[in-house]
Ligand binder design. Structure first.
Ligand code: CUA
Length: 156
């Protein structure tokens, strides 16, 4: 069977690329520690009891420092309203108790996926007072459009 010179070249090139990508995946998984988000973090913290996937809470860690255990479920967030003073830095731990949801806080850099069995983490400092809407940005069924809440950043 005759294979054109260029055809053969492209076949070889695509095999070389597959090998290169395979090596890159192996290196990142084995020596750079790349992995799915959340699992390792939760184990490292040894905090699976306090990072409860079934109940949401807000905890004050210190002055202007908060953490939030955020539960996403069809079709609401728990807690759905969070109040912090302006200038606060808030770390969010995001869980899903049923299936895939999204978590996006409007006008911030916070945008996460809520993946069942994993913990999403994001930290943000609220320097401007006002109301920040957060919502589910991953279509999750007939109540998707009502799945939202707000963060109220109060003037002190
Ligand atoms: Cu939850 Cu869309």
């Amino acid at each position: 069977m005759h294979i054109h010179r260029y055809e053969r070249l492209w076949i070889r090139l695509s095999i070389v690329l597959l090998v290169v990508f395979g090596i890159a995946v192996a290196i990142s998984a084995m020596s750079l520690g790349f992995e799915l988000p959340g699992i390792k973090k939760e184990l490292e913290r040894g905090a699976s009891a306090s990072l409860d996937p079934n109940s949401g809470w807000i905890r004050e860690l210190g002055p202007q420092r908060y953490e939030v255990n955020m539960i996403a479920r069809a079709w609401s967030f728990d807690p759905s309203e969070i109040r912090v003073p302006v200038g606060s830095t808030v770390t969010f731990y995001l869980h899903s108790v049923d299936y895939l949801h999204g978590f996006k806080i409007h006008n911030t850099t916070v945008s996460l996926m809520a993946i069942p069995g994993q913990v999403g983490e994001a930290t943000y400092t609220f320097d401007e007072p006002g109301e920040y809407l957060f919502l589910c940005h991953e279509y999750c069924g007939r109540g998707h459009h009502v799945m939202s809440g707000k963060i109220i950043v109060e003037e002190v």
